[in-house]
Ligand binder design. Structure first.
Ligand SMILES: [Fe+2]
Ligand SMILES: [Fe+2]
Length: 354
């Protein structure tokens, strides 16, 4: 179980997302905030305006086994998922240290463990709350493989082609095994020089597996998944129909997963913010058809999710408009319906359960 302690921060040190340790009541009874209220940028500004100089912030001391709200199904999925991550990690470490690609092991992983995950109902939601125990890169490759399977089906891929797409997702970042660990795991922002090295994972991944008899669609996905429709991507700045369709699917899924996962250099955002950002980028940089199919289908998954609001209340997502945004209609634990599109003071901080 998580244990909380309280630590005092000057108001100019307080960041959005921090939680109040105790209730805060003004001397003049002008406002009251409960303990556990998640502070937003506008709330912090308002508190500053009201002359508050310091706040007691809740800090997690032992966060070892949180997510107590996970259901039995979610726990089962977490177990299967983490076994899969563990196997992929072993394969990737073999590549890093012995320069050998255990392709059979990786193919078996795709067929025996990733395909069953794709067939799990509600898998997209499970991925949002699954307990993650390892490095981001391994989780990310499993997530992208699963998401490629799900979106691939929505796009009409079947049989061998769908299997290849899943394999493409699993292998898309295999070139990261050829990037120094100090760059891969750097907690801060990469320098331009380090960024250049990181970008080499596309070409190095392609070179690593090009002689192993993989389908060309998989090779293209590895090489081109950071290319963009408008030619602003890398490594070769190709655009439009010069980018393989598999690389275009991986690009959409890759961005969605990167945004909804915790990484060493940034905290995850909610899936609502992720799809919002995908929509903004979609028409210029990503394939609009793949983006639209993805967004239209994920909507069904998000209805009914339990979320934490920035005012500290739990709520359920009850309605999403035709175009998903980060601001759906929610029903709070005390039965209030809030259209977050109209009430911009409150936002979704995180998905609690699905
Ligand atoms: Fe990548
Ligand atoms: Fe990636």
């Amino acid at each position: 179980m998580a244990r909380f302690v309280s630590k005092r921060f000057r108001i100019d040190e307080v960041q959005p997302g921090m939680e109040l340790a105790d209730s805060l009541i003004a001397d003049n009874d002008k406002f009251a905030l409960g303990g556990g209220t998640v502070l937003t940028r506008s709330l912090i500004q308002r508190l500053r305006g009201w002359g508050i100089e310091a706040l007691d912030i809740r800090q997690v001391v032992n966060d070892g086994d949180k997510e107590p709200s996970l259901s039995a199904v979610q726990k089962a999925v977490s177990g299967e998922y983490n076994n899969t991550v563990h196997t992929l990690k072993r394969s990737f470490e073999t590549i890093r240290f012995f320069k050998q690609v255990p392709l059979k092991e990786i193919r078996d992983l795709a067929v025996q463990t990733i395909e069953p995950l794709i067939n799990r109902s509600g898998i997209l939601n499970h991925l949002l709350v699954v307990q993650r125990k390892d490095d981001y890169t391994f989780h990310h490759c499993i997530d992208v493989a699963v998401l490629c399977g799900v979106i691939g089906r929505w796009l009409g891929y079947r049989d061998e082609e769908l299997k290849d797409l899943v394999l493409a997702g699993l292998l898309h970042d295999i070139g990261k095994t050829q990037i120094p660990l100090e760059i891969l795991r750097k907690p801060g922002k990469l320098t331009p020089a380090e960024m250049e090295v990181m970008r080499l994972h596309t070409v190095r991944g392609y070179n690593l597996v090009k002689g192993l008899g993989l389908p060309s669609s998989v090779l293209y996905a590895i090489l081109q998944h950071h290319e963009r429709e408008d030619g602003t991507g890398y490594p070769l700045q190709v655009a439009g129909d010069k980018i393989h369709p598999f690389a275009k699917v991986v690009a959409v899924v890759d961005i969605y997963d990167a945004m909804t996962s915790d990484k060493v250099y940034s905290k995850k955002t909610t899936p609502y913010d992720a799809v919002d950002s995908l929509m903004r980028d979609m028409y210029a940089k990503l394939d609009p058809n793949i983006g639209t199919v993805f967004l239209n289908n994920v909507r069904d998954y998000f209805i009914g999710n339990r979320v934490l609001l920035s005012d500290g209340r739990d709520a359920e997502v009850v309605f999403l408009g035709k175009f998903i945004s980060a601001r759906p209609v929610v029903r709070t634990e005390d039965d209030e319906f809030i259209d977050l599109e109209k009430n911009q003071d409150i936002s979704i901080i995180k998905v609690v359960s699905t």
